[in-house]
Design a protein around this ligand. Structure first.
Ligand SMILES: [Ca+2]
Ligand SMILES: [Ca+2]
Length: 509
């Protein structure tokens, strides 16, 4: 959850909060810290249980009965609260300072510094809050630390002078429990002085004293890959890991023979990671996005090379002048001229996503990967967001009848040119509304679109004539292939078809 504080701070009752005047710089630092604290608190298992419990109670309309909710809070304030709090109950509030003293002053007197442990409160009436924020990460328990040290000592006892980079993989796998392709990145992170050696002490400093041991795998990866001055991961941060993965993965041996192909392969994998994980599409992968993803699983299955080859081979087929760019005409030819001019116009207006290509009117390879993943698997969330933006002509966050009609008209005319019956928009609209079942029948929100399994078909009706025809002749009944591989996504099926085509071409030639 990204907390947006814009404007909120100013609207608080400063008297009530008893906050001293602070400079804007300090305010920003406090906001950052508050957000960090909130994240940390939110990630605790106890918090998860509490929130789940409160949701459970709220859903049943029971009083949340949270300790700390003051019975004297005035009724006017509770009237303006969101309806998730049942009538009569109050959201948890911070208790008032009993002495009426400004809270910040009191905190300064009692606590040595921010980030230090919250002191035990002697008053038995007050609830004791266990420390949940540790400025440098949660320190390991005694048992965990001793267990890890034992394994480290055992390992380094036969490598008294330390380990070189090629000897470090076992440490990465067996002690850090990380995939072995993180070995080089981890080694370089520890060997800050570039000595080419990691000793027992430097490793203990980094892994145990630095509290890496207690982080979850997402936070470990984030810490290892991140540049020290940034608060997010960039695509470049993944290059060393991908390089190592592709060089060592048994399923990707074929790449050893074509080194120039390896770079582009690594790039494709990075683009796909960002397509799936970086949901804010700003090329800045945050720890929060990383925690919500199954990145490690995705990276471990990177050997499903047929998928990656599909993106590349399709790109090459379309890039007939070999300038590594794709123009509008090429996308029109995509999928046997399946897409309408109107939708291609929207893509090239960069509505769903701004192109990374620096050449006007042309998409680069990264842009193409986003396009093809969205086009070939319309069951994925990034794809639904991509096409939603295309259809939402006025960008007001809802798709209306007129917006759909604008796209459908071209489809109807194309079908008429093929001698097919014209299906009026009104008839199609009824079907579409049934398929989406929106909350309000006057428009579709992104939430409605994501909530229906048939949204992909709706988008095909609006701008992909080949898939529209296929849908009409077959209906939304699962195909035989779908029955055989129920876990496959639309993308897997597309990649499989393309792979068979490629294989057949190779056999012929
Ligand atoms: Ca080209
Ligand atoms: Ca709209």
């Amino acid at each position: 959850m990204d907390t947006d504080f814009n404007g909120d701070v100013a609207s608080h009752d400063a008297e009530r909060l008893q906050l001293p005047e602070v400079s804007p710089l300090t305010t920003q630092a406090i906001r950052d810290l508050a957000e960090k604290l909130f994240d940390q608190w939110l990630s605790l298992p106890e918090t998860n249980n509490l929130v789940r419990y409160m949701l459970f109670k709220a859903k049943r309309g029971r009083s949340l009965n949270v300790s700390g909710a003051s019975s004297s809070t005035n009724a006017a304030a509770s009237n303006s609260l969101p309806s998730m709090f049942p009538a009569g109950s109050k959201p948890p509030l911070s208790p008032e300072s009993p002495s009426g003293e400004p809270r910040l002053k009191k905190q300064k007197a009692d606590l040595p510094a921010l980030g230090s442990p919250v002191k035990l409160v002697n008053d038995p009436g007050k609830e004791l809050i266990p420390q949940f924020y540790f400025q440098n990460g949660r320190p390991p328990s005694h048992e965990l630390k001793e267990g890890c040290l034992f394994r480290i000592n055992q390992f380094f006892s036969v490598h008294m002078n330390g380990l070189q980079i090629h000897e470090f993989r076992r440490v990465t796998k067996e002690i850090c429990k990380l995939p072995s392709f993180f070995s080089t990145a981890l080694f370089r992170k520890i060997d800050v002085k570039c000595t080419g050696i990691v000793t027992r002490n430097t490793f203990v400093d980094y892994w145990i004293i630095g509290n890496m041991l207690t982080k979850d795998i997402a936070a470990q990866i984030y810490t290892i890959l991140k540049q020290p001055n940034l608060k997010y991961l960039t695509q470049d941060d993944f290059k060393p890991v991908l390089g190592e993965l592709l060089a060592t993965h048994p399923g990707l041996q074929f790449l050893q023979r074509i080194p120039q192909f390896r770079g582009i392969y690594a790039e494709t994998v990075i683009y796909r990671i960002f397509y799936d994980v970086n949901r804010s599409s700003n090329s800045r992968l945050t720890l929060r996005e990383l925690k919500h993803s199954n990145l490690i699983a995705a990276m471990e299955h990177v050997d499903e090379q047929i998928n990656v080859s599909t993106e590349l081979s399709t790109f090459w087929k379309l890039d007939t002048d070999c300038d590594f760019l794709i123009d509008k005409e090429s996308i029109i030819k995509y999928g046997n001229r399946a897409l309408s001019y109107k939708i291609v116009d929207r893509i090239f207006s960069q509505v769903p996503r701004k192109f990374t290509s620096k050449v006007e009117g042309k998409m680069g390879y990264e842009d193409f990967v986003h396009f093809i993943l969205s086009e070939e698997d319309k069951s994925s969330e990034p794809s639904l967001e991509y096409w939603f933006k295309c259809i939402d002509l006025d960008a007001n966050g809802v798709i209306t009848r007129n917006e759909m009609q604008y796209f459908y008209e071209e489809q109807m005319n194309r079908r008429a040119c093929q001698g097919r019956r014209r299906v009026p928009f009104e008839d199609i609209l009824c079907q579409i509304v049934d398929m989406i079942s929106p909350r309000d029948k006057r428009y579709f929100t992104l939430c409605d679109i994501k909530g229906s399994k048939l949204s992909g078909c709706v988008f095909n009706i609006l701008f992909n004539i080949t898939k529209f025809d296929a849908f009409e002749s077959r209906g939304p009944v699962p195909t035989r292939q779908a029955d055989e591989n129920p876990n496959w996504t639309e993308w897997d099926r597309f990649a499989h078809r393309e792979y068979i085509k490629l294989y057949a071409d190779r056999m012929v030639s």
